[in-house]
Write a protein of this length. Structure first.
Length: 212
């Protein structure tokens, strides 16, 4: 199964992608990881991406899709793959189609904005060991102190409510139109994210026809 995962930042895409990947034995392909890998390996496209990144420019869609095609040609993707973080725009989706990359389903994980803000602004990370917590769902035994190493837990700038709002508005503007694009092709399916990860996973598996 060749899948694309859509959903606002903090909707839980990564967690669900891991579950699908483990269940079906297909790789979760994150654009960021893929680019870093190509740069590290010094491939022709990797060198082009590196030049763009070093100049502070965005890596062009052609380069990203070229690297993606190389990645999905690898043996571990023979039975399918999960795209996480790509395409981000309708132009990228059209380019993906034009390059003959076949997509079976596009899964959107929908979570209302107010829940995402509460979820993300409650996240805390240890400055020392990087362990992650949540003030509501996974609090530390002592407030502000990491259970693992005793370091100080802080809210990352990315998780501050005003930053989350900004990221959500960028998502709405750029990525949400993708839903319309894939709706027209009949490939879009939507699952509402639940409070419990396991409940969301159950809905995701049912929607994709995966045996739990």
């Amino acid at each position: 199964m060749n899948l694309i995962l859509l959903g606002a930042p903090g909707a839980g895409k990564g967690t669900q992608a891991e579950a699908i990947s483990a269940k079906l034995g297909i790789p979760q392909i994150s654009t960021g990881n893929m680019l870093r890998e190509a740069v590290k390996n010094g491939t022709e496209l990797g060198l082009k991406a590196k030049a763009a990144m070093e100049s502070g420019a965005l890596v062009s869609d052609e380069i990203v899709i070229g690297i993606l095609k190389d990645r999905i040609a690898e043996p571990d993707a023979a039975n399918g793959f999960i795209l996480d973080g790509f395409p981000r725009t309708v132009a990228q989706a059209e380019a993906l189609d034009a390059m003959g990359v076949q997509i079976d389903k596009v899964l959107e994980i929908y979570v209302p904005n107010e829940r995402i803000i509460a979820r993300m602004s409650g996240r805390r990370v240890c400055e020392g060991c990087g362990a992650s917590y949540h003030v509501e769902y996974k609090p530390t035994a002592v407030e502000g102190v990491c259970d693992a190493c005793g370091g100080k837990t802080v809210q990352r700038k990315d998780d501050a409510p005003e930053t989350v709002l900004e990221r959500l508005s960028v998502y709405e503007e750029k990525t949400a139109p993708l839903k319309g694009y894939y709706e027209k092709t009949g490939k879009l399916v939507t699952v509402t994210g639940q409070e419990e990860v396991a409940d969301t996973r159950k809905l995701v598996f049912e929607t994709l026809g995966i045996e739990g």
